[in-house]
Design a protein around this ligand. Structure first.
Ligand SMILES: [Fe+2]
Ligand SMILES: [Fe+2]
Length: 302
């Protein structure tokens, strides 16, 4: 039994990839330029049934994962995890060391067909590189899932992966499996269930306490080192209710609206490169060590 399926770890998924496979099931095609326009995601004519089909097709393990996620990701939980982790006092590691550390995360999936964590990072980054993207964006691709080391520090799957969503205000009905929020204590708190909840209209996402996961953590680790475009890609790559569904427009500020484009630009590299050939970590290491040293200090606080 691997660390990911230990019962005390609250781990319904056999592999973290199951959640990402589920994203691909929900969003089988990359967004078109037309769909990337903010108004499209909030199209009132889009039928509710379109949002239901993927639920019926979800694996039982994925369904159970979201049941736990929606029941336990409260406002207080997300705030407590920020306090626990964002002092970055756990250890000092280089970016490459963190990637190797994350790669210990072995799950019960098929090693012949599934990518390791390091392979997924390299594949994402290599695809960006092949498309001639800027160096900071290739590096963003390489680091984007390093926050999953939270799993190695005993966090349950539902507190590391899966779509993120704002806590402290009403849940969008376009979040996957919305009925599972009935079991979340916040759904009984009227203060948290109005449209804006505890937030000011247009307060900006930086002020919003999103559900806790690997995005917020890696954003904080990297925030002094990468450009704002890359930081948006890191911090919101799992915030599908915003970047794919166009929800929560009332919480955005001008900066968020400006950088949604960056999150859109990044998403296909994360989601749709998985079937490509496995990258050769040993051969690629010198290139990435060099790229890392261009932006990060030798040791980074985690
Ligand atoms: Fe991710
Ligand atoms: Fe990823």
């Amino acid at each position: 039994m691997s660390i990911l399926t230990a019962p005390e770890n609250n781990a319904p998924l056999q592999s973290l990839d199951e959640v990402e496979d589920f994203y691909k099931q929900r969003y089988p095609e990359p967004m078109t330029e037309e769909q990337k326009k903010p108004s499209i995601g909030t199209d009132p004519n889009k039928k509710v049934t379109e949002f239901r089909n993927y639920e019926a097709d979800a694996r039982p393990t994925v369904r159970e994962f979201y049941r736990l996620n929606h029941a336990h990701q409260t406002y207080d939980f997300a705030l407590a995890k920020r306090k626990e982790y964002l002092g970055l006092n756990r250890r000092q590691m280089s970016i490459w060391e963190a990637a190797e550390y994350l790669n210990q995360l072995v799950d019960d999936s098929d090693p012949d067909t599934d990518l390791s964590q390091l392979e997924h990072l390299l594949q994402t980054a290599e695809h960006l590189r092949a498309d001639g993207k800027p160096r900071w964006m290739i590096l963003t691709g390489f680091v984007h899932d390093l926050g999953k080391i939270l799993c190695l520090w005993g966090e349950p799957q539902w507190a590391v992966v899966g779509d993120t969503f704002p806590t402290g205000c009403a849940y969008s009905q376009k979040i996957v499996f919305p009925r599972f929020f009935d079991a979340n204590p916040d759904s009984q708190n009227a203060r948290f269930q109005s449209r804006n909840g505890i937030y000011e209209e247009g307060c900006g996402l930086d002020a919003v306490n999103l559900s806790w996961g690997h995005d917020e953590y890696i954003y904080n680790v990297c925030k002094d080192y990468l450009p704002m475009e890359g930081l948006y890609m890191l911090r919101y790559h799992s915030f599908y209710p915003w970047h794919r569904e166009g929800e929560y427009g009332h919480l955005l500020n001008d900066q968020d609206r400006k950088h949604l484009k960056d999150v859109h630009d990044f998403n296909p590299y994360d989601l749709y490169t998985k079937s490509h050939a496995k990258p050769d970590a040993k051969a690629l290491r010198p290139y990435y060590e060099d790229l890392i040293s261009e932006y990060f200090p030798t040791k980074v606080r985690w």
